[in-house]
Design a protein around this ligand. Structure first.
Ligand SMILES: Cc1cc2nc3c(=O)[nH]c(=O)nc-3n(C[C@H](O)[C@H](O)[C@H](O)COP(=O)(O)OP(=O)(O)OC[C@H]3O[C@@H](n4cnc5c(N)ncnc54)[C@H](O)[C@@H]3O)c2cc1C
Length: 510
């Protein structure tokens, strides 16, 4: 992916687009892949970095959602399990099966959850993973050596999918680009263009130059997550809100807190949620919470109560309870839930998606989950083609393999050597506690549209999540490489380090 080329395509061909997508998270990137795969001339603009919003802050599971089964939302579970199966086929380099164990401490838990998970297996049909099965107490402790053993009776083992959300976003951006779409980060939609009351394009601002320009298109698809209502109001000032944002926090802990390679799942915490303790990138990811919020900043902050709740729940299920100073990082994300009249709490709101068309023909797609991004995209593009009066073309993503962004070109290696002077090994780690190398940084900048220290440390690599303090220490090395690579000066370099360190403070426990 080359950002300069994508921006040039936007600037030079402002009247060519069939479909213009606003938002570079799971939903928007999925829409761009779908539209491009149908042969539509597609552009996507993201105001910040790809997956900067909710899509880099998930629990990183490609799953049916056992808790939706408890809520009786069978259609969503079936659809999600089908999508899980497709993703495991289409992106085996990005999504893998993970073993989960539900430890059972009460007599009724094993038969109750065991039956639920048998249904879960059944709904997955021919795309199912390994079937669930009952475990003895000894088997549970072998899989989860650090689970609380007092009163443990046994457990259930099942499988679901795991992935790295920000990396899948880059793979989608690359896939869309390979299919001919022009996809650019740091380009914000500031207003919609209209002709005779119909939306016919957008006015965008390119963040680095501050330059504004128009883009004309057959149809605009709004895929902006928790910002959906703000963009809908660019079309219809009085559009009633459809999004209820709910914050979810995660803690990252050293791997030792879990012990093995199996994840622990608690189907019902004190607030009625599911708790996950998951091995992820040689760390443990612990989450999540469900806190209704009225503000939707791009950089939400975890609350002290959320951290306290997660530590308290972990103490019930882990033999060695984590303390605040064990936490390597804390993140928060905002679920863009679709509001139904009369729903009591955000935990009770369904994770289904909706496609809406507002007065001027703006198509908005919202809700859903990472797992269902492909189906959301297919539904949104079907509707957009109808709105734009484009000839029918069927969705072509069901068997579409996603790009493998791990492949390094020889050009990348040569550029790297040139920039870092040819003497240091490219594979040298930039920090002893992080897997990040100089080559990773330069590859992210030259092939994955990373523009800032934050893009590299937070989303191209997951350094900020893996260890916020180590990421702060690595920031000057990353800034120095980017400064050389982009031909920037010392003022930019110092500013990048300062901005990143300020941001990273928000990933230390409050
Ligand atoms: C705590 C938590 C855990 C979750 N765990 C899971 C999980 O394990 N599995 C799962 O399947 N799902 C999970 N989800 C749900 C999933 O993460 C979301 O449904 C999904 O990421 C939403 O993607 P999106 O593209 O709709 O929104 P976003 O990722 O927020 O993307 C919207 C984008 O629009 C951009 N934008 C806004 N306004 C403009 C503008 N004017 N111009 C240009 N761009 C603009 C924003 O910058 C943003 O990047 C979880 C969610 C949360 C919060």
């Amino acid at each position: 992916m080359n950002r300069a080329q994508a921006i040039a395509a936007l600037l030079e061909q402002p009247t060519l687009w069939d479909v213009l997508v606003i938002g570079g998270g799971a939903t928007g990137l999925g829409v761009a892949v779908d539209a491009a795969a149908r042969g539509l001339k597609t552009a996507l603009v993201e105001q910040s970095d790809f997956a900067k919003g909710t899509s880099s802050r998930s629990t990183k599971l490609i799953h049916g959602g056992f808790r939706y089964l408890k809520q009786g939302n069978v259609a969503l579970v079936r659809e999600s399990l089908h999508e899980r199966g497709l993703l495991l086929r289409n992106a085996p380099h990005l999504v893998h099966p993970l073993n989960f164990v539900v430890p059972c401490y009460q007599w009724w838990e094993a038969p109750y959850y065991g039956a639920g998970l048998k249904l879960y297996d059944w709904f997955a049909g021919r795309l199912g993973l390994e079937p669930s099965r009952h475990l003895s107490r000894a088997d549970v402790l072998e899989a989860l050596p650090n689970a609380t053993s007092a009163n443990l009776r046994g457990g259930i083992r099942y499988q679901d999918g795991q992935f790295d959300d920000a990396r899948l976003a880059i793979a989608l951006a690359q896939t869309a680009t390979d299919l001919g779409a022009s996809v650019a980060n740091y380009v914000r939609v500031v207003s919609l263009l209209k002709k005779d009351g119909r939306v016919c394009g957008v006015r965008v601002c390119e963040a680095e130059s501050g330059k504004e320009f128009p883009l004309h298109t057959g149809v605009v698809i709004n895929a902006t997550g928790v910002f959906t209502d703000a963009v809908r109001r660019m079309d219809e000032a009085t559009a009633p809100p459809v999004i209820a944002a709910s914050q979810g926090a995660h803690l990252v802990l050293p791997r030792g807190f879990l012990g093995g390679d199996t994840a622990l799942m608690v189907p019902r915490t004190d607030d009625g949620r599911v708790l996950f303790v998951i091995p992820w990138h040689d760390r443990v990811l612990l989450g999540t919470t469900d806190t209704p919020v009225s503000e939707t900043p791009l950089e939400p902050r975890p609350l002290a109560e959320e951290v306290g709740f997660l530590i308290g729940q972990a103490a019930k299920y882990l033999a060695k309870a984590p303390a605040k100073n064990d936490i390597l990082s804390v993140t928060a994300g905002l679920r863009p839930l679709v509001k139904l009249p009369g729903a009591k709490s955000t935990a009770a709101l369904p994770r289904d998606h909706v496609v809406l068309v507002s007065g001027g023909g703006l198509v908005s797609v919202a809700g859903g989950k990472w797992t269902t991004y492909r189906k959301m995209a297919a539904d949104a593009v079907d509707k957009a083609m109808e709105v734009a009066g484009l000839p029918e073309k069927p969705c072509a993503t069901e068997h579409l393999r996603l790009a493998d962004t791990r492949r390094r070109s020889s050009q990348s290696a040569a550029e790297t050597l040139q920039i870092i002077g040819g003497t240091e090994p490219r594979s040298r780690r930039l920090h002893p506690d992080l897997p990040l190398t100089a080559d990773d940084v330069l590859h992210a900048a030259s092939h994955e549209m990373a523009r800032t220290v934050e893009d590299v440390l937070s989303r191209r690599s997951r350094s900020l999540l893996l260890d916020a303090r180590a990421a702060m220490e690595a920031a000057p090395s990353v800034a120095a490489l980017l400064t050389k690579g982009f031909g920037r000066g010392p003022v930019w370099e110092a500013e990048q380090v300062a901005v990143f360190r300020e941001l990273a403070k928000g990933y230390l426990p409050p």
